[in-house]
Design a protein. Structure first.
Length: 451
């Protein structure tokens, strides 16, 4: 099982030299067998340094298995297999391997982020990656090598669009068929439970062959297309038991929109009986090539286009995600050697996400400006229509104010007001109090105005 990467201050190898050739820069990952570092050769070449843990290095069989990873990968001579350029023992007696330092992401990381954003990986991309993966396995099977740990975490996509197959450390050679007996006798199981073929999950080492890698490729395609494992469970043991005893569900149950030809290919690769699957990586590669041509009308491209997926911009210390896009992530841990040789990519925002952020900011500024303009402008004058009936006879000359209605008059001012008449004589003298109550109205005042 993978442990969390150590901080530079907690690992004593950081800043030291290995055999006076490689300066250890930082930790890339920590696995059950080894720790992987980013290192710099004295000629300024950047490499990945995989150092076996001291407690594991005490086991001669594990040391042999660890060093065999470089021999198996280099024996393929395939450009899509990670090359091991050096191997030696550190000054404190720990075996190590020197590999090329890759820049990119694993297929597992790409699929996880795509499903987290609700955007499954493009089918053409998945078929192209599966074709390149099957091509590497075809070369391995031709050399009598069975990988036995094919999974999305061991399929690496560089930023340049090249696929790399990682971790040949638990690969089985054709001439070491008797070596599996010791692993079975000691009860040691290597591989990833969610991507083990049924015969591998049952511990039938003698039945593991190229068809076992074919099942793992089918499980890889199933996982990256659906966002879930073939078999699920609450522990690695439950998933391994399900894989050993239950047939794989059809991918059409979880991706009903897939073309029927794609469903047929994945279902055949995941057949429970080995004889029902594709026989080797060559058959699987040719089947994927024919399927791609039938769907898109062109041959499979020689390289991949790195998917432009959104990536969170990290501000401050990273935090754990709220939820896992994949169910039962425990099933994807590696029981055997560690398979990480890569430098973690620097988080960045894709051009598309930057454009979306700029557009959203511009829209927010525009909305705020319009709101401020509408709030600051004076309110328009609104003419309200008042239905008022003027009396029949009106005069622009001053007229005597009508006395206020008595308590016995009607409550309606219209009903109580008599017809106004013109007076030529001077108004009668009144007391000061009456004069105050009957002050003249302005010209054109209506008798209906309030006092």
């Amino acid at each position: 099982m993978f442990a969390p990467p150590q901080s530079p201050s907690s690992d004593p190898r950081i800043g030291t030299w290995v055999r006076q050739k490689y300066r250890v820069d930082r930790v890339l990952g920590v696995g059950g067998m080894a720790t992987v570092y980013a290192a710099t050769h004295r000629n300024k070449t950047r490499v990945a340094l995989k150092v076996l843990r001291p407690e594991v290095a005490m086991n001669p069989e594990m040391c042999q298995r660890f060093l065999r990873e470089g021999y198996v990968a280099n024996s393929l001579g395939h450009p899509n297999a990670v090359m091991v350029t050096d191997d030696d023992v550190t000054d404190d007696g720990a075996p190590y391997l020197v590999m090329e330092l890759l820049e990119g992401e694993t297929l597992d990381d790409l699929a996880e982020r795509a499903h987290a954003f609700g955007r499954p990986l493009d089918l053409a991309f998945v078929l192209t990656a599966a074709h390149a993966l099957a091509d590497v396995l075809a070369a391995a099977h031709a050399h009598g090598i069975v990988h036995r740990d094919v999974k999305p975490g061991n399929v690496f996509i560089t930023y340049g669009g090249q696929l790399k197959v990682l971790d040949f450390g638990i690969a089985r050679l054709r001439d070491d068929s008797h070596a599996g007996a010791s692993a079975t006798r000691t009860g040691t199981s290597f591989g990833s439970p969610a991507f083990m073929s049924p015969e591998q999950a049952r511990g039938k080492t003698s039945l593991v062959g190229p068809h076992s890698d074919v099942w793992s490729v089918g499980a890889t395609m199933f996982t990256v297309l659906t966002g879930r494992n073939v078999h699920v469970g609450e522990s690695s043991q439950e998933i391994m038991i399900a894989g050993a005893t239950l047939p794989a569900p059809s991918i059409a149950r979880f991706c009903p929109a897939l073309p029927p030809a794609v469903v047929a290919l994945v279902d055949r690769a995941l057949a429970f009986a080995p004889e029902m699957r594709f026989g080797s990586g060559v058959e699987l590669r040719d089947a994927i090539a024919a399927l791609y041509s039938s769907l898109y009308g062109t041959p499979v491209p020689p390289s991949l286009v790195f998917p432009n997926l959104p990536r969170p911009v990290v501000v401050g210390p990273p935090s754990a995600p709220a939820s896992e896009p994949y169910p039962n992530r425990l099933a994807q841990t590696t029981v055997g050697p560690m398979s990480t040789y890569v430098a973690p990519p620097t988080p960045f925002a894709s051009p598309r996400s930057i454009a979306l952020l700029v557009g959203a900011a511009a829209l927010a500024v525009a909305v705020a400006g319009v709101s401020f303009w509408r709030a600051s402008r004076p309110a328009p004058l609104r003419a309200e229509a008042v239905n008022v009936r003027l009396p029949a006879a009106t005069s622009l000359a001053p007229r005597e104010e009508l006395p206020p209605p008595s308590s016995s008059s009607s409550a309606s001012p219209v009903a109580a007001a008599p017809e106004p008449t013109l007076r030529k004589s001077a108004p009668a003298r009144t007391s000061p109090g009456a004069a105050k109550a009957t002050k003249p109205r302005p010209v054109g005042a209506s008798p209906f105005d309030r006092q």
